[in-house]
Ligand binder design. Structure first.
Ligand code: FPP
Length: 238
């Protein structure tokens, strides 16, 4: 890790915190116990990213598809999110900017107020920008962007011939943020699962097969960064 020069570090890391259910099952515990441990690991990894100077991290905390899970599991994940929101001041003091991406309109007013409070409190921080993806789906994000753009076009505010990639980007949740450089997914699954499908178009992927998210630590993150620093990114060029 110490050997990686700053310009070989990714600006934006996406993390799919996978394997919580299997981690718990292996220990004879209910699936939600894996999420509880996973939420602690999330805090540790975010702090580490902030410490080593990563500029943007997006974590996949709850997908639009996760509503298919059992009610107990859903309520535990939402409670973990709510607990994190209650610690808002601590993270703002640590200079971490927290933002929420996804369709948050489905959440109750109490959670929405806490989210708004944390976003406001941390908006003046200058360290890591953390996007927490909740009720997030990459396709739903694009549908939302298409609706907004179409609405502007119908109102005559935007010419259809003027719609280009930058217009689409400016209607995504990640407006003004750089694309994802590196996606890390532990647990042996080798897929994107509808995560940041536009933003990951040229991302590098590091799939870590031998580790489940609740056992993930700073050394695993550093190993992924080392792997990334050895990749030759060509963006379609020779
Ligand atoms: C995937 O593991 C993980 C999730 C669906 C939820 C991740 C959420 C957390 C770690 C808590 C987030 C909390 C905050 C504060 C951001 P899985 O259940 O699909 O695991 P499996 O593939 O082993 O079943």
């Amino acid at each position: 890790m110490e050997n990686i020069s700053k310009n070989k570090l990714p600006k934006h890391i996406g993390i799919i915190m996978d394997g919580n259910g299997r981690w718990a099952k292996k220990r004879g515990m209910p699936r939600y116990a894996g999420h509880t441990k996973g939420a602690r690991v999330f805090r540790k990894i975010i702090r580490h990213c902030n410490k080593i100077g990563i500029q943007y991290v997006t974590v996949f905390a709850f997908s639009t598809e996760n509503w298919k899970r059992g009610p107990k599991e859903i309520s535990v994940i939402l409670k973990l999110l709510s607990d994190y929101l209650d610690e808002a001041e601590k993270y703002a003091k640590e200079n971490i900017v927290t933002r929420f991406i996804g369709d948050c309109s489905v959440f109750g007013q109490k959670i929405l107020d806490k989210m708004a409070h944390l976003e406001k409190l941390s908006s003046t921080s200058t360290g890591l920008i953390l996007n927490i993806a909740v009720n997030y789906g990459g396709r739903a994000e694009l549908v939302n962007a298409v609706r907004l753009i179409t609405d502007s076009a119908v109102k005559g505010e935007l010419d259809v011939s003027g719609i280009d990639e930058s217009v689409i980007e400016s209607h995504l949740y990640t407006v003004d943020q750089p694309p994802v450089d590196l996606v890390i997914r532990p647990s042996g699954e080798h897929r994107l699962s509808n995560f940041m499908i536009w933003q990951c178009a040229y991302a590098e992927y590091v799939f870590m097969d031998d580790i489940l998210w609740p056992d993930f630590n700073e050394n695993h993150l550093n190993a992924a960064l080392e792997e990334y620093s050895r990749r030759n990114r060509r963006f379609g060029a020779e």
